[in-house]
Each structure stands twice: as C-alpha cells, then as structure tokens.
Design a protein around this ligand. Sequence first.
Ligand SMILES: *Cc1c(COP(=O)(O)O)cnc(C)c1O
Length: 249
Amino acid sequence: MAEVAANLKSICDKISHAATKRAPGYQYCEPRLVAVSKLQPPDSIVSAYEAGQRHFGENYVNELMEKAFSSLIIKNCKQIRWHFIGNLQRNKVNKLLCIPNLYVIETVYSERLANALNNSWPKFRNSDSSSKLNVMVQVNTSQEKEKSGCDVAQVSTIVKHIVENCSNLNFMGLMTIGMYGYDIKNGPNPDFICLMKCREKIHEELEIDVKDIELSMGMSNDYEHAIELGSTNVRVGSAIFGDRPQKSN
Ligand SMILES: *Cc1c(COP(=O)(O)O)cnc(C)c1O
C-alpha cells in the first residue's frame, strides 16, 4: 500500500501546480482532493488516510455503510469526511444520513430529493447541534440519458428551492461528471465550461457570491485541467488506488 501514499503525493503536487495556473479570479481557494474509494477495500482507505488524506468519495449507499461502520475505519480514521457521489434514491436517504462523518452529498438532482434530505436530517444530526447538511446540485451537463443530474435549465430553480425552503440544508455548490473520454486537445472541456456558466447564472439570479458556490468537477484523467478552469473539488479514484475491481451484483 506504499503505492497509494506515493500516488497521493504525486497527485497533490500536480493539484498545487495546476492551481497556480488558474486565472487570478479563481485563486481564492485551495482545491480539495476527494479520494474516490468505491469498490476498494477498507485497508486502502486506511493507507490513504495514514498518508494524510481526509476526504473520501463513495457511490453506493450499502458499500459506504459497510465501510463507515467497519471497525477498521472507525478505529483508524476518526476524522474521515465522506462525500456521497453516487445516484441517490429517496428510499435510501435514511440509510445514508446515519453514516458517521458524512460531509456532503454531491448528487442532489431534484427538489423532491432535496425535500427528503431536508425532512430527514434533523433525525440524524447530532442532537446538540443545529448543523446543516452540506449538499451540491448535480448537473447533467453532457445531457446523456444514462447520466443522472438535473437539466441545465433546472439548476437555478433547484438551488433556489434549497436556499429558500430547505433550512436544514447548506447549498455548497455544483457537481458534474461530464462525458467520458473528452480530449482536451480540442479545447476546454465543454462540460466544465457549462458548469461554470451554471454558477454564473445562479450568481446573477440568486445573488449568491461566486466564491460560495463550489465546482465539483475533474476525475483521474482530467483533474488538472478541471482545476486550471476553476474546479474547487476534484474526485480522483483510479489514479490513487489503481484499477477498480468489478462491481459484483
Ligand atoms: C468513480 C467516480 C469518480 C472517480 O473516477 P476515476 O476515473 O477513477 O478517477 C469520480 N466521480 C464519480 C461520480 C465517480 O463515480
């Protein structure tokens, strides 16, 4: 597992370097690295944690539960911060919200899902706290049928709904997966440009400061490019942990 630590080090260096290439207006924050650990065993997570990594991303509620409640993780990763980045069905909301150290749900794609999270969160947050649940709105920027996320045209309506009607939620930003295999030789990734435009629109229509709207974009093959464009949160899996085992159903 020495490899995981070495990969992390090299990726963090590349992130810092890419961050220096951002336009001056985008230099206000250090991009966050989310280590996507889906289908990887808990000891890989512990290796990354011991190398200093704190934010981890998971796609499947059941798998996240198994890991988050495993004694290995509970004992060794006390300050872990889980990002849920998978397709969330409303009937799994209660299961997801009981995860200890849940940091953000990046994949809210509808008002109904936002309502379900908003209504359930008070049952799960620490009883002595009034802390809000961090959420991002996932946008289907590539408009591929099989991808989840809301339509570009719906983004401000959903964000407005969260900000105005979901007092238990904290709107943190926008997330996109985008089309696989885009070649940046053809110019900036159109999915990333699209997400930046969505942010601009929200800023104008809802008067939310651009600096308060994160952009979660960029994965193993394009995180540096995403950061140069202004990503604040990159989700990197295989470049840290190696190839993923297949999902068995
Ligand atoms: C799997 C996954 C990633 C990581 O993909 P890699 O190519 O392994 O870096 C990032 N984001 C989401 C939503 C994913 O499902």
